[in-house]
Every structure is written in C-alpha cells, then in structure tokens.
Design a protein around this ligand. Structure first.
Ligand SMILES: Nc1nc2c(ncn2[C@@H]2O[C@H](COP(=O)(O)OP(=O)(O)OP(=O)(O)O)[C@@H](O)[C@H]2O)c(=O)[nH]1
Ligand SMILES: [Mg+2]
Length: 486
C-alpha cells in the first residue's frame, strides 16, 4: 500500500529516549494525523484512524450518536453516523471508539471510525477528518509515534512490519519474538553490563593511583568473553533468520519439456502454469509464493533453455537467464527419460556458483540418465529423483530444499533468539568487534582510554539498534517501508 502520493512532508519530530520508556512521557507530536488503516478495495469494514490531541474534538464534530444522551466513554464502541458538518448530510453509519492517551498504540489520543468498507466512503470520511484539522499520516507514522513517544523501542517498531508481512508460521514467530521485546531486553542487559565495566575503567582513568583489583579485571575479561560468544551466536542466527523473514527466490530451470511447469503446479497443488508435450511451452516467467516448512519461497517457472525457435522464445530465454542470475537458489531439472545432451550441459554453465538442488524428473519412465553420473557431475549438490506427473518424491524434494538452506530446526524461543534483520546484525557485529578489541587491549595492557573508547563505541552501536541514538535518516528509511495507516 505504498500510496506515496498522499504524503505531506515536514513532520515535526522531537525524539525522546526509548530507554526511559517506563516513565510517563507526554505525547511529543503536535499535529494530529489521520489515515485509512485498512486495505483499499471493498471489504466488510474499513477503518479511519486518527491520532493526536485533536482526535477527540474532530470526532465530536463529525459523529452524530444514535443515543440522545451521549457521552464518549473511552475504549468503548459507540454507534451512530458520520455527518458532513457543512451540509448536514449523512456519509456512513459507523461504530466509533475513542482511546485516551497514554494507553494507546501511539500513546496519544486515538479515534477509530469503523465504516463500511467501501473505498469511496472511507475516502469521504478521511477528507472530512482532514478538513477538520488533521494531517494525512505518512507511511508508518502511527508506529513511528509509538516509538517517538517512548512506548516501544525501534526493534519492536520494526517487528510490527515483519508481523504484517509474515508469510509463514516461523516468520510470524520471529516477528512476535521481536515484538515482545526479547531482542530489546537482551540488548538492554548487554548495555547494563557494559556500562558497569566502563564505569570501572573510567574510575581507574580518573584515579590511576588506585589499583584495580586483579580479580575485578579477571571477571571483566570473563564477562567480555561471554558477551562476545553470545553475540557471535546471535550474528550466526542471521543467515537463517533472514531466510525466514525475507524468504528466498528460487528459479526452476532446465531445457525444454523436462517438466518445470509440471513441478511448479505440483508444488502449488494447482494448475497454475500451462503444461503441454510441446517443447517451448513456457515463455514468460511465472512466479508464485510457496511455504516450504516455514520458509517463504518465491518460486519461478521459466522458459526451457535451448536455442530459441523464434523471437518470443528468445525473449523468454533471456528472461529465464536473468531470473537465474538474480535468484538465491536454483532447481536444476533434468529429464530422466532422455539422455543428457548439449542443452543440459549448456545450462550447467549458467548456474555456476549458485546454491542449487538437482532434480531428475520423470522417474516413472524408463531412465536414460544414471543417478551416479549426475551425482558425479554435481558432487557437492543434493540430487533428488521425482515424478512431477505422478506426484512422487515431492516431499523429499521439499525437505532437501529446506535442509540445503537451513541446517537445523529454527524455533524462536526465549532461549533461542533469532536475529533476522540486517540492521540488527550489523549493529551486533560492530559491538562484537569493539568488545573483541577491548578484550585484546586488556590482555595486552593497552592504555585504559582505548578500552573505554571501545566500550563506548559498543554502547553506541547497541543504542542505535534499539533506537536510542538512531539518526533521522535511518528512522525515515525504516518507517518508509510501512503502509499508510499503520
Ligand atoms: N512421464 C512423465 N511426464 C512428465 C513428467 N513431468 C512432466 N511430464 C510431461 O512432460 C511434458 C512437458 O512438461 P512441462 O511441465 O510443460 O515441461 P516444461 O519443462 O515446463 O517445458 P517448457 O515450458 O516447454 O520448457 C508434459 O507432457 C508433461 O505432462 C513426469 O514426471 N513423468
Ligand atoms: Mg514450462
């Protein structure tokens, strides 16, 4: 829902410290914002959401309750109509709810108008709200306010979009883990420990005549080692975390008529692509998303690779090669009922350096390809024999795809934190490097000023991760990815 045309610029931003989020902070934002929070199109209901100090007065001016003696009870639905204040004409029959600051999504007053889900109605109601003084919200601005007003840290704000985009159970679990603040809490704990160490180092810089006890030094080193090990583990979880969060793109390639489109159909359990015995059936790239044991896989069926018969096929072949180059993973398909030929061999060259699984299809027919021969050509790659026509070997293929991407069972539990966001991974890697330098410095007797510097840099990296010291530019980049109304 990237409706950037709606954007109005110039949002005023005063940032508070999310680390002080336990304190009751007044809302920071002066302008009241509004947006349609439900998708465009027809639906049962559609919601216009307003946040800010004018939310309630605006609602009062537009809403006509059905009851005579009416008063807004916060967090309760009220039934009535939205009227155009100028003409007095009814626009829609609605349910309206007022949520009072600070116990709201943004920590500001919020009004939600639940209308009938028609695009025109919602547009009309939104227009009236804007006319009454609200400003159109930018993408993700409600969540941004939740962050700026100190209700959630940056990692939790980012989890909101991951949650919305989650396509499989595992991606949902990872997003939920982050939304519950598990990552944030771990970072806060690291910070506390680092601040203690830094205090000790700084005390010694200030009073060099006072010896630091050797025990204290030894403990600091041990603690640093523990932290570094823990960070390494989180950094290592990223490879898998990314796969579940972002998914992977996977192209099925092979010469014509090997059964690529048949495989796409059997994996999707629907007749999505045209299958015929005529070589060169598929011309354009067909893309669908598939869930392979929790991994969102963007699967692409491509035109068979051979010397093209006409210019349409030529374009298909060009697109197929382009997709192969862009994809994270390839499924190389061979036709087991025909001997390997020049077309197959040509494709081997196209997929050099790609993560891949080799498939020998049509194993329901007498085989003309030897499994061993294929295995010896692709020593390091898994080879699976299937029949796309008879739906045989498909589960094994799915398992093989899974295990070649992920090497263990991935569960997001309190004991097993998964870092799925590159920004978080980079911050952790920075902090890890700083701590390694600090540890090395302690062992080599480097001046304590340098150790203190490394500690401070590590704290900064972690602070940036949770949004304590994040620049406006980074914040903009994060919230830009949200839809309007969230
Ligand atoms: N016996 C048998 N036939 C199969 C199998 N898989 C596909 N076929 C047949 O092979 C022919 C080609 O299948 P497609 O799925 O269209 O092959 P393709 O690789 O997409 O072909 P192009 O799009 O032309 O490159 C069709 O007649 C399929 O029914 C299989 O496992 N066994
Ligand atoms: Mg095809």
């Amino acid at each position: 829902m990237g409706r950037t045309a709606w954007l109005s610029n110039g949002v005023k931003v005063n940032r508070g410290s999310p680390f002080n989020s336990s304190k009751k902070t007044p809302p920071y934002q002066e302008e009241t914002i509004a947006a349609i929070s439900t998708p465009f199109g027809e639906s049962g209901i559609g919601i216009v959401r307003i946040s800010g100090s004018s939310a309630e007065p605006i609602a009062r001016r537009l809403f006509k309750p059905k009851k005579d003696q009416f008063r807004f009870i916060p967090h309760q639905f009220h039934y009535g109509e939205i009227l155009d204040p100028q003409s007095g004409n009814p626009v829609d029959e609605v349910l309206i709810v007022l949520m009072k600051s600070p116990k709201t999504y943004t920590r500001e007053d919020i009004v939600e108008i639940h209308c009938h889900g028609g695009y025109f109605i919602l547009q009309k109601v939104l227009e009236l709200v804007l006319k009454e003084g609200a400003r159109m919200a930018q993408p993700g601005e409600f969540t941004k306010r939740a962050f700026l007003n100190g209700r959630i840290d940056l990692t939790r704000a980012e989890a909101v979009i991951d949650l919305i985009r989650a396509k499989t159970q595992t991606s949902l679990e990872i997003a939920n883990q982050q939304l519950r603040g598990w990552l944030y809490r771990e970072m806060a704990e690291l910070k506390t420990r680092l601040i203690e160490h830094l205090a000790l180092i700084e005390a010694h810089i200030d009073f060099p005549e006072e010896e630091i006890e050797p025990i204290a030094f030894r403990e600091m080193k041990r603690d640093l080692e523990g932290m570094i090990r823990q960070m390494e583990e989180w950094i290592a979880s990223y490879e898998e975390g990314r796969i579940f969060r972002e998914g992977i793109s996977c192209a099925i390639i092979g010469k014509t008529n090997v059964g690529k489109s048949s495989l796409l159909n059997v994996l999707l359990k629907e007749e999505r692509a045209i299958v015929t015995p005529i070589p060169g059936t598929t011309r354009d790239v067909i893309e669908e998303v598939l869930n392979i044991y929790g991994i969102p896989v963007r699967l692409m069926d491509t035109a068979g690779l051979r010397k093209p018969a006409d210019s349409i096929e030529q374009e298909g072949v060009r697109r197929a090669k382009e997709r192969v180059a862009d994809s994270d993973f390839v499924l190389l398909m061979l036709d087991g009922s025909r001997e390997l030929d020049g077309d197959d061999l040509g494709i081997f060259g196209e997929i050099k350096g790609k993560k891949r699984v080799v498939i020998i299809n049509k194993n329901d027919l007498p085989l003309r390809i030897s499994f061993e021969d294929v295995k010896s050509r692709f020593e390091n790659d898994p080879v699976v024999s299937i029949s796309a026509l008879k739906n045989e070997g498909i589960d094994e293929l799915k398992k093989t795809i899974y295990t070649s991407l992920v090497h263990r069972e991935v569960r997001a539990t309190p004991e097993h934190l998964i870092v799925a966001n590159i920004r978080h991974k980079n911050a952790l890697a920075q902090a890890r490097d700083n701590l390694s330098n600090a540890l090395k410095g302690l062992e080599e007797g480097t001046p304590l000023e340098f150790i203190a510097f490394e500690f401070r840099s590590a704290l900064e990296a972690l602070g940036e991760m949770v949004g304590e010291t994040t620049t406006e530019e980074v914040l903009d980049r994060i919230f830009e990815q949200f839809c309007i109304g969230k």
